[in-house]
Design a protein around this ligand. Sequence first.
Ligand SMILES: C[S@@+](CC[C@H](N)C(=O)[O-])C[C@H]1O[C@@H](n2cnc3c(N)ncnc32)[C@H](O)[C@@H]1O
Length: 441
Amino acid sequence: MKFYCTTGRGTECFLKKELKTKYDDVAVQETDGKVFFHGNVTGEDALQQLLSLKSAERIFVDILHVPVGQLDKRGLLTLLHTSVSDMKAWQEGLDTLEHLGLLKVSPVFGQNEGDSHSLDNECPPKKRKTGSHVSGASFRVSCKLSGKPRLKLDLKRTSSQMAVLISRLLGWRADPRNPQFEVNIHLNDSSLTVGMPLTEKPLSQRSYIKHCGLRTTVAWIMADLLAIEPEDRVLDPMCGAGTILIEAAVNWKCGTYLGIDKDMAQLCLTWENLQDTRIPVSIHLIQGDATRVPLPDGCVDKVVTDAPFGQNHLVDVSLDMFYKHVFSEVFRVLKPNGKFVLLTSRSLVNCVQSLCASAQNSHSYTSQIVQCTGPSEISTTRQEPKQEEIGCHVSRSMSHVYEVKGLIQDCDSNGGRHFILKNLFNVKLGDTEGTICVMEK
Ligand SMILES: C[S@@+](CC[C@H](N)C(=O)[O-])C[C@H]1O[C@@H](n2cnc3c(N)ncnc32)[C@H](O)[C@@H]1O
């Protein structure tokens, strides 16, 4: 059985690792933005296993995947027609879909009418007996041309030519508005890939995250890089809508999670996410400043954050100065050997590298905490948070938001120690490019 996943540029290696961890005997090949794998994906829960991949954007049955040389327009069209006409490739692909229980009899033939829209990762369609035909199924072609093929071929014309070809070949009916199946065709300078998605919605569109800040796949990768262990206390000091913490808490239930953000509107998004998610998770929230973290020294095991790049979320001082203060505070609150995973912009990597050699100066603090039962309702006044508060279990319905008034005193308490920069990973984030920095105290 052959599959491929699409994933953000730069994150292919993480998906490859995830696949290798999940499946002992699959062969994996990564290309730019896609990871191909084939092997024995069987068992009762084969489909659920595939749909539970966390670093993939979308997953497809690989119908065909052929190299593309230097071709002119005519050559590209010939390659498209010849490759897409390969009935053996279609038969193998459809067999895989059937094995996974995703081939459904067309409503045209009056069977399983209610199943026609169930290509959804949350409600996989019911299994059907092997051998049933799918003649007359409706489908849509999603065609993408990039690189030179984009300049040489007309996208609309190519899409409709491919739809006619597939319709004749499989006896399916093109229905762009209301299709049972989608056929994805991607032609670029190096390859032609034809696949059929296993789900209508991307895997990255999580059922448990309503307001998504950071891409969920990148959030999962950052949480994975933390290597969360049982009882670990994990802090995101600029948590925004809480995407990283929710992704971590859902997938690593053994940890305890704490989110800080200075902006109450952002904390409200996390709050709403926690109310909305169907998976109970344990996350505390504090309104506070990442440059004056209202926590005692050495009280967390791991810190993970997606710091402002200076584009959407502005900071009061220069970015260099802001990062210096944040690093200093993260260093202070982390336990010895604690891990710090940071997403920043490529242009700030030099700043991170220089801070790794100088995260020495720290603060001690006193602060007053006002505990709220919800984003707007303030109910209790407390003194400094005790370490136990970070560790105690709070279900999503009992999560707390705190307002913090801190008093910072400067001191140098770290004795010249500093972060060790372990790894840098460049990742594409839509139009921008970021770097994940993995550090250790
Ligand atoms: C890039 S966003 C984080 C997005 C988040 N990962 C998510 O998934 O929604 C950066 C966050 O840092 C917060 N922030 C900026 N300066 C801060 C500070 N001094 N202390 C705490 N949070 C801060 C912003 O309010 C914003 O929510």
